[in-house]
Structures are given as structure tokens and as C-alpha cells.
Design a protein around this ligand. Structure first.
Ligand code: TRP
Length: 344
């Protein structure tokens, strides 16, 4: 394998991005750096272009994808209690990290409108299409909510919460998106969020839970490798995106969706496995140097982790990031948890 330095990749990418102005250079750099490493990986946000965002919406409706269903049921049962605890007598405004189309958030917003009349809602997401869908949906269905969308990548851009006089912010970070980050990254994201919050303000975090006597590994596998192949398509779409936005020449037919359960790390891993020995190009920029990414047969690109938590992990993460847990809600089979925590 040809060794590529970070400087080389950064130099090249600044050239490539002059030709393909589709994404901020920093984002593309992160993606190509991941492919140039000895163990190839790609960042999680790369999934969510227009096609990927639509495919992800389909995933959330799959019979095998129990996460969305379970979290929605928890929100339906406990919205009033969540809002009561989070508001502590004050009027709330809501911000949401990785809101997507905010399909589940409607439940909380509706409950908040019942309690306080008017609500400011700030969805923050990397997907423009999802934000547009969210705004339209809420404007049509939940009068009383003012939607203030923010197109932003909360992983690498500053987190800015919309402040409103006299309002206490409640931040939503649901869908187990936090589980798509490594331990250190999770704490870093939550700390940056904590710094944007006032003491006593609330964070509602959704986390998928580890397998147990009630939750089989089989159910977990099915959720990430569904029978209709939607998750496989979603995973493979990152290659199409890199072709379009970086000008690479992946043949998606020469890769396959692969999942692994990593028991030591308590995570589902998503990979794209190269089914042949092959080479893929990052095209030449003004430097006239193309970069070759080599794949052995069976070599994988690690595209995503989805950590599965237990209460110890959740507590530890909140403590490290400057929050204290207020209350945890789970379903009877303990497959999913919603945790309300307060900024310290
Ligand atoms: N946050 C979701 C999860 O971890 C994202 C997700 C669902 C996902 N299915 C996926 C990410 C398949 C990559 C591949 O469950």
C-alpha cells in the first residue's frame, strides 16, 4: 500500500474542491483521509445527501428497524412528563441535533404547544432536504410552532443554540445518533453542546440499548441488514456520493453491505466489503496528481458504528460531559432508552 501523508491529501483536496465545489473542502478532506488510512473508514455524516436522507427515512419505517418505533412510543407515553421535568415552571424553546425530517419530534412539539401555546423550534441538520421537509411538515401540522432551521454539521461546526429571551432551552438529541460516534467523540460533542447551554437546561438523549435476555442479537442484526435491502442501498450510496462530489470512480456493484457485531465495543459495525481486488481514483486537481486507493479482495471500508448502551455507559458519558441525569425512560423489554439530563 502506497503511503499517503495528511499534507498530501489536504493539498490535493484543496485542488479537487476547486473543481468540484459541491462540499466545503474540510468535509471532503475528512472523507478522503479516511479512505487513505491503513484501515479504511468514512465519516457518519457522509450518508445524508438527498438520496441517503430519503433512504434513511425508509429505514426508520422498516419492520426490522425497531429503534424508531420504540422511541416514538416512549415519546408518546412520556412527553408531558419530560416537558414538566425539563421546564421546571419556565417556558421552553427546543433545539434538535440531527433532526432529520423531525417526524418523531412532532410528538414533543405538540405536547409543548398544549402546555405553553407558542414554541420556538430550531432543527439542526446536515441535510437541506430533510430540514425543508421538517419545516413544511411542522408548519402544516402544528400551528403554534415557529421553525428556525439551521443547516449545519454539528460534528465539525460550532453548535449555536438559538436563544430567546425568557425561554429555557430543551435540546433534543434522539434517534440514537450519539451511538454513531466513538466514546471520545461522543463526549466531545456533548461537551460542546454543554458549553452552548445554560446551567439547569435539559438535554433529552435517545440511545439504543445493548442485547440482553429480552433483546436478541438477531433483532439487532435484522435492524441493520433488512430483508428489503434498504440498509444495503443506504450504505452503498456513500460511494455514489463520493463519485459525484469528489469525482471518484467507485463501482458500487463491486462492494457489498456487511455488518458485524463487535461485542467488546458493544457496537454494530457497518462495512462496505470489496468483492474483488481493485483500485479507485481520486481525480487529479491542478496538481495533476491522481491518488489511487487500493482494495484487496475482502478488504472493507468501515462506514459506521452504532453503539449499543447500558446505564453505566450513559451515566459515565453524561458525567464526563458536564451533565447530571434527571430521569431515564425505557420500554418494558429494555430495547431503547430516553434520558433527560441537566447541564451542570
Ligand atoms: N443512528 C442510526 C443508527 O445507528 C443510523 C443508522 C441506521 C445507520 N441504519 C444505518 C447508519 C445503517 C449506517 C447504516 O441506528
Amino acid at each position: 500500500m502506497e503511503l499517503v501523508t495528511e499534507t498530501q491529501v489536504r493539498g490535493k483536496l484543496s485542488e479537487v474542491s476547486k473543481r468540484f465545489l459541491a462540499r466545503p473542502e474540510r468535509e471532503l478532506t475528512e472523507a478522503v483521509l479516511g479512505l487513505s488510512a491503513t484501515r479504511k473508514s468514512l465519516p457518519a455524516w457522509l450518508f445524508y445527501d438527498a438520496t441517503g436522507s430519503a433512504l434513511f427515512e425508509q429505514i426508520t419505517e422498516l419492520p426490522e428497524y425497531y429503534l424508531t418505533r420504540t422511541e416514538r412510543a416512549l415519546l408518546t407515553s412520556y412527553s408531558d412528563e419530560i416537558l414538566e421535568l425539563a421546564s421546571a415552571g419556565k417556558s421552553l424553546s427546543m433545539s434538535e441535533l440531527g433532526s432529520g425530517t423531525a417526524a418523531k419530534t412532532g410528538i414533543l412539539l405538540q405536547a409543548a404547544v398544549r402546555r405553553q401555546g407558542l414554541v420556538f423550534y430550531q432543527p439542526i441538520d446536515v441535510s437541506k432536504v430533510s430540514l425543508d421537509t421538517a419545516r413544511e411538515y411542522i408548519n402544516q401540522r402544528i400551528p403554534g410552532v415557529t421553525v428556525l432551521p439551521q443547516l449545519s454539521n454539528y460534528v465539525i461546526e460550532p453548535i449555536q443554540l438559538e436563544r430567546h429571551a425568557g425561554k429555557k432551552a430543551l435540546v433534543l438529541y434522539i434517534g440514537s445518533s450519539i451511538g454513531n460516534f466513538l466514546k471520545g467523540e461522543r463526549i466531545r460533542i456533548l461537551r460542546r453542546l454543554r458549553d452552548a447551554m445554560e446551567p439547569e437546561e435539559g438535554l433529552l438523549l435517545g440511545t439504543d440499548l445493548a442485547p440482553s435476555q429480552h433483546k436478541s442479537l438477531y433483532a439487532l442484526f435484522a435492524a441493520y441488514d433488512d430483508s428489503q435491502g434498504v440498509t444495503a442501498k443506504f450504505n452503498l450510496n456513500v460511494l455514489t456520493r463520493l463519485n459525484r462530489e469528489v469525482g471518484m470512480n467507485f463501482n458500487p456493484n463491486l462492494f457489498r453491505h456487511l455488518i458485524r457485531w463487535n461485542a467488546v465495543e458493544s457496537r454494530i459495525e457497518m462495512h462496505l466489503e470489496s468483492i474483488v481486488r481493485q483500485e479507485v481514483m481520486v481525480p487529479a486537481g491542478l496538481d495533476a496528481m491522481e491518488l489511487r486507493i487500493r482494495f484487496g479482495k475482502g478488504e472493507t471500508i468501515h462506514t459506521e458504528n452504532s453503539y449499543k448502551f447500558n446505564t453505566g455507559m450513559i451515566d459515565e458519558m453524561f458525567t464526563a460531559a458536564g451533565f447530571s441525569v434527571t430521569k431515564v425512560w425505557t420500554d418494558p423489554l429494555q430495547t431503547f432508552a430516553l434520558t433527560l439530563a441537566a447541564a451542570r
